[in-house]
Design a protein. Structure first.
Length: 408
């Protein structure tokens, strides 16, 4: 556990975060999550126990897909990929339950791309909860289908409708987007779904949390009666089950979720007393030599903006990312983080899903999440693809009742 660590290495700074901030009712709401749930010793071996029954070359896929996978050095699939790809290639409806960072995108993308390559009349729509996740899915699909003739359209908010409309009019066969913007194009007559024979709902639980259920039902209701469906989620609530029963015939459920959080992430808390000490303790963590790429989560866009500014004033390379920024600003911040131009990305929960950045060493919950599900998805940004990661959560001393855990 981190306490008042030595600060002799600290760079100069002007003021402590929070000293001039106004009270914010939403920001000051205390999380009701028991702090002991933020503490867990990593067990990387647990996630490495699975031995795939197949190699990618064993799947009956289009030669171009196999060639692209080989060129990227992909050989053995992850568990969710190993257990769902064959079903998808056979045309079955699939429900995949898995933790974040387990390779879900390729699990549904490969069967879909295979059918698009083999059947020129096929079309697919992939629905995601956030812009960033939609963009990430598009990027991965483009890499997997490199040198193919598959045309795509990405329908997300924050960008002009015109270019997206042009992509749809160019007969895009793979459409990827968020529910609200997809409905916008449907209402304007730019998108018809009666000839789409494949659909994917990724992060279904998150979409329901965000209130997208009516939009999702409306969109799925426009598909032809016979279609192939993929539903991927970290949880399977009764509400999600009812949605699946309505829009997927005889689905096969593949559950590879071993635990609530990744076994590759070492989790611990940082106790603090007051905003001044809180900022100083964050500074102490960020100057450690093992902390090289960091995602820091805050509750509100204003708090995130203030925190990023304070970190810059202290000499850190940091950027902010939240819903108050334009899509272009969000993309530039994320690209800078991916390219290591900035060490620290300070973000709201807009970044908790869909951001797949290699080698994030630490996720820091500067403000606690409102729900444990939010916590799971925040810390899932570290420890991806079998790599080790760390998650640290700030807990005020007055409510920190968790037992002592040795500092890691």
């Amino acid at each position: 556990m981190y306490n008042n660590a030595r600060r002799s290495m600290r760079t100069p700074y002007k003021r402590s975060y929070g000293s001039k901030s106004r009270p914010n009712k939403r920001a000051t709401k205390i999380s009701s999550i028991d702090p002991s749930r933020f503490i867990k010793i990593a067990n990387p071996g647990a996630s490495a126990n699975y031995k795939s029954k197949n190699e990618f070359a064993d799947f009956s896929m289009h030669p171009l897909l196999n060639s692209n996978l080989t060129s990227k050095g992909y050989k053995a699939p992850s568990e969710i990929q190993d257990k769902t790809i064959t079903l998808g290639l056979e045309g079955r409806n699939v429900v995949g339950i898995a933790n974040t960072g387990t390779g879900k995108t390729a699990a549904f993308a490969l069967p879909i791309l295979n059918k698009l390559m083999r059947n020129p009349s096929s079309r697919a729509i992939i629905i995601a909860p956030t812009r960033e996740l939609a963009i990430q899915i598009d990027e991965q699909c483009r890499q997997l289908s490199k040198n193919s003739s598959i045309t795509t359209a990405v329908l997300i908010g924050g960008l002009p409708l015109g270019r997206q409309t042009a992509s749809l009019k160019a007969n895009a066969r793979l459409v990827i987007g968020t529910p609200g913007r997809i409905k916008d194009h449907i209402r304007q007559g730019n998108l018809r779904l009666d000839n789409f024979d494949m659909v994917v709902l990724d992060e279904v639980d998150r979409m329901l949390d965000m209130g997208f259920l009516p939009d999702i039902r409306s969109i799925l209701g426009l598909l032809p009666r016979v279609h192939q469906a993929f539903f991927f989620s970290a949880t399977l609530s009764p509400e999600i089950s009812r949605l699946i029963e309505t829009f997927a015939s005889d689905p096969i459920v593949i559950n590879v979720k071993a635990g609530e959080t990744s076994e590759n992430v070492h989790q611990n808390i940082i106790r603090f007393n007051g905003n001044t000490q809180k900022m100083d303790l964050l500074h102490d963590v960020l100057i450690r030599p093992d902390v090289t790429r960091v995602l820091v989560f805050g509750k509100t866009k204003h708090g995130v903006e203030r925190l990023a500014k304070e970190l810059k004033e202290r000499g850190f390379k940091a950027e902010s990312m939240h819903g108050g920024k334009s899509q272009g600003q969000r993309k530039r911040a994320l690209d800078g983080f991916k390219d290591s131009k900035v060490k620290i990305l300070v973000a709201t929960d807009v970044a908790a899903r869909g951001i797949d950045v290699k080698d994030i060493t630490h996720v820091i919950n500067y403000d606690q999440p409102q729900t444990y599900d939010d916590y799971i998805h925040r810390i899932g940004r570290a420890g991806r693809a079998g790599q080790p990661g760390n998650a640290l959560t700030f807990v005020e001393i007055s409510i920190a009742s968790a037992p002592y855990v040795p500092r890691h």
